[in-house]
Design a protein around this ligand. Structure first.
Ligand code: NAD
Ligand code: ZN
Ligand code: ZN
Length: 377
């Protein structure tokens, strides 16, 4: 089958690899019809993880089931399914409590597994013609009969919509809250959308990419361009000096200033400043325990100066981590089916799998207008 393979920093290729197949009775095999490039893939693409050469990438996948193992009961051949990027077993302590992003079975020795991702287990990704889905009855979300027609919406259930939602859950966004989101990438935009579904009164989205900020405005948020003055000051000014009630971090450890200089603590410390006393902050941007190619010795160890004094003094709280996609995807699927949310509206490019190399390059360069790339194998 054709698949997008990691070769080295800024080096990916579409190649022929052995077909994905049923390996265990609980597996299903999916013909991938839509698979996205994610900001998380860029951490690998840029050589900022230890992902192995030859790995098939792609964790945001949907498609049609073409074969099921002998122990699969619920999912049927012909079903349209979307797969959470996290792979869970369904029976470990964390899966049982809904923390499917931290499955203790799927990636032994660690907590959490995913398709096609560094340190997330041996699973191949779905930027390929075929995808093996482990524990298919547990992991596959079956889609209604508008699956094919609303593909660009439903494929966002694999990651960014539930992840944006998770950010607002970690921040405990409630009706009437003001919310500040750092990052107007796909995840930040989905956090802004989620906050509005939850009844937020005003949502600020901070970034320095004008095209992405324009999308934030289109989604009903207030764009804050921090290349035109400190984002924190702008949020404080718009909230009578109080700060926003809640905050979401959707940038991660490669946070940088408008000139491109990286500083991993930049967004976290800005959120501590921009959120009001007793406010909550949800961190879904990825941070890593080791980052050997970082600019400073501290950052190489995944550490940075955290403004804990202010955080404590303001009585704030913070929640972090991978999104437990399965906790939210069923309800969010129903909102898409009912026409109440349209996450696919942020898709900027649809491409063939064979064009994926160009897709990675342009998305990584954050070329104007390249917000979210969907590949159709
Ligand atoms: N927790 C999870 O389960 C989960 C799931 C998916 C993605 N992620 C992570 O979420 C983050 C965002 O993903 P994405 O796909 O939107 O990525 P992206 O790279 O497309 O977007 C990140 C955005 O952050 C902006 N940015 C950079 N520095 C900034 C700063 N100092 N202030 C404000 N904005 C800044 C960039 O301009 C960019 O628009 C990544 O770290 C990704 O790995 C986490
Ligand atoms: Zn993703
Ligand atoms: Zn589990």
């Amino acid at each position: 089958m054709r698949a997008l393979v990691y070769r080295g920093p800024k080096d990916v290729a579409v190649e022929d690899v052995p077909d994905a197949r049923i390996e265990r009775p609980t597996d299903a095999l999916v013909k991938v019809t839509a698979t996205n490039i994610c900001g998380s893939d860029l951490h690998m693409y840029e050589g900022r993880t230890d992902v192995e050469q030859g790995k098939v990438l792609g964790h945001e996948n949907m498609g049609q089931v073409i074969e099921v193992g002998s122990a699969v009961d619920r999912v049927k051949v012909g079903d349209w399914v979307v797969l959470p990027f996290n792979i869970g077993c369904g029976f470990c302590k964390n899966c049982e409590s809904g923390h499917t992003g931290f499955c203790l079975t799927a990636n032994p020795g660690s907590a959490g597994a995913a398709y096609g991702y560094a340190d997330m287990g041996p699973y191949a990704g779905g930027q390929a013609e075929l995808l093996r889905v482990p524990w298919a009855d547990w992991n596959a979300l079956v889609l209604p009969d508008d699956a094919e027609e609303k593909q660009l919406d439903y494929v966002m259930l694999s990651d960014i919509l539930p992840t944006g939602w998770h950010g607002t859950e970690l921040a405990a966004v409630s009706p009437g809250d003001s919310v500040v989101v750092y990052g107007a990438g796909p995840v930040g935009l989905m956090a802004a959308l989620s906050a509005q579904v939850k009844g937020a009164d005003q949502v600020f989205v901070v970034d320095h990419q004008p095209d992405r900020l324009a999308l934030a405005a289109k989604l009903g948020a207030t764009p804050v361009d921090d290349s035109q003055g400190d984002g924190v000051d702008q949020v404080l000014e718009a909230t009578r000096g109080e700060g926003a009630d809640k905050g979401v971090e959707a940038v991660g450890y490669q946070a940088h200033d408008a000139s491109g200089k990286e500083e991993p603590g930049l967004t976290i410390n800005s959120l501590i400043a921009a959120v009001r006393p007793t406010g909550r902050i949800g961190v879904v941007g990825v941070f890593v325990p080791e980052d050997p190619n970082a600019a400073t010795d501290l950052a190489k160890k995944g550490q940075f100066a955290f403004d804990f004094g202010t955080f404590f003094f303001k009585g704030q709280a913070m929640g972090t981590g991978q999104a437990n996609v399965k906790q939210y995807n069923r309800g969010l699927r129903n909102l898409i089916h009912a026409g109440k949310v349209h996450p696919g509206q942020i898709v900027s490019q649809e491409m063939d799998l064979d064009q994926a190399v160009e897709g990675y390059k342009n998305f990584d360069d954050r070329l104007d207008g390249w917000t979210k790339v969907v590949l159709h194998p």
